[in-house]
Design a protein around this ligand. Structure first.
Ligand code: BJW
Length: 243
């Protein structure tokens, strides 16, 4: 079975009413990144950070998957599909996708503020506090970790925090896609944030690769499908299913 890897960003969920980050009217227009998406911001004013994510939690709960999410799920009729998403929403899962990796975390989960890991010289990872659980309602000030008693926070990845990307796994995935005539689709991301953005150069050795975005992309070896994901992805998916 051919493998399709779909790497997505905020543009995929924009037409579900979830704002992107860097477009005009995006989330960073109204919030300073360093205040709401960094460990330093959390140390300064955790209440502000929790309010920001409480709004996001409710916004995501109210949103519905759009045609583009559903088109990705449809690919599973014929392909092994692996979603690597930077989005913290669960719209891919709600559209029916069965294999979704959230590299920047997920709004449906919460963790202890001491969840950060320390990797020793042998490469072993030890969590300061390993508490990680599903959150059915947004975390508020005073919600404390049942393991160590510290404040809880949403399970999202802020600037300066480690991204769980597993380079060995990615290298295996690139090989898998390359050798089973697979496909790499990058949809709705500005690719401004590393290390997730490095997936794009990693997959450049794959033959069938597409960028789906509202705006032109200065990247030569990818086929650009310019326009809203809700128009471009269903078309691309139909083409791939017809091959
Ligand atoms: C459409 C559309 C439609 C619209 N159809 N398309 C220099 C200084 C300091 C740091 C760095 C530095 N250089 C590199 C770094 C590292 C830093 C980084 O990359 N910074 C850059 C900004 C420069 N990265 C990190 O800090 C990462 N961690 C790290 O590097 O750790 C090192 C480490 C190792 C070991 C131990 C410890 C540390 C962490 C990055 C975490 C990013 N987190 C956020 C918030 C997550 C939680 C939340 O959602 O609130 O992730 S930031 C934000 O950006 C979010 C997104 O996932 C991410 C990417 O944004 P995305 O999805 O691309 O959205 P936009 O808005 O940028 O783009 C939308 C796109 O959609 C546009 O192209 C539109 O055209 C398009 N679009 N509508 C199709 N309808």
């Amino acid at each position: 079975m051919r493998t399709v890897v779909v790497f997505s960003g905020a543009g995929l969920s924009a037409e579900s009413g979830i704002p992107t980050f860097r477009d005009s009217d995006g989330l960073w227009e109204n919030h300073k990144i360093e205040d709401v998406a960094s460990p330093e911001g959390w140390d300064r004013d955790p209440e502000l950070v929790l309010q920001f994510y409480e709004q996001r939690f409710h916004g995501i709960k109210q949103a519905e998957p759009n045609i583009a999410h559903r088109a990705i799920a449809k690919l599973e009729e014929k392909f092994k599909v692996i979603n690597i998403t930077q989005n913290i929403d669960d719209l891919l899962e709600r559209a029916g996708c069965t294999n979704v990796e959230h590299v920047h975390g997920c709004i449906n989960q919460m963790k202890c503020e001491r969840h950060y890991n320390i990797t020793n010289l042998d490469g072993d990872t030890n969590y300061q506090c390993s508490y990680l659980a599903t959150q059915a309602k947004p975390v508020v000030m005073g919600d404390s970790c049942p393991v160590c008693g510290c404040q809880l926070r949403p399970h999202v990845v802020w600037f300066g925090e480690a991204v769980d990307l597993g380079y060995d796994k990615i290298a295996d995935l690139v090989r898998e896609v390359k050798y089973n005539d697979g496909v790499f689709i990058c949809v709705g991301t500005s690719a401004e944030v590393a290390p997730a953005s490095l997936l794009i150069p990693f997959f450049s050795q794959v033959q069938n690769k597409y960028i789906v975005n509202l705006k032109t992309w200065p990247i030569s070896d990818y086929e650009l499908r310019e326009g809203p994901a809700s128009e471009q992805l269903p078309k691309l998916v139909e083409e791939l299913l017809d091959e």
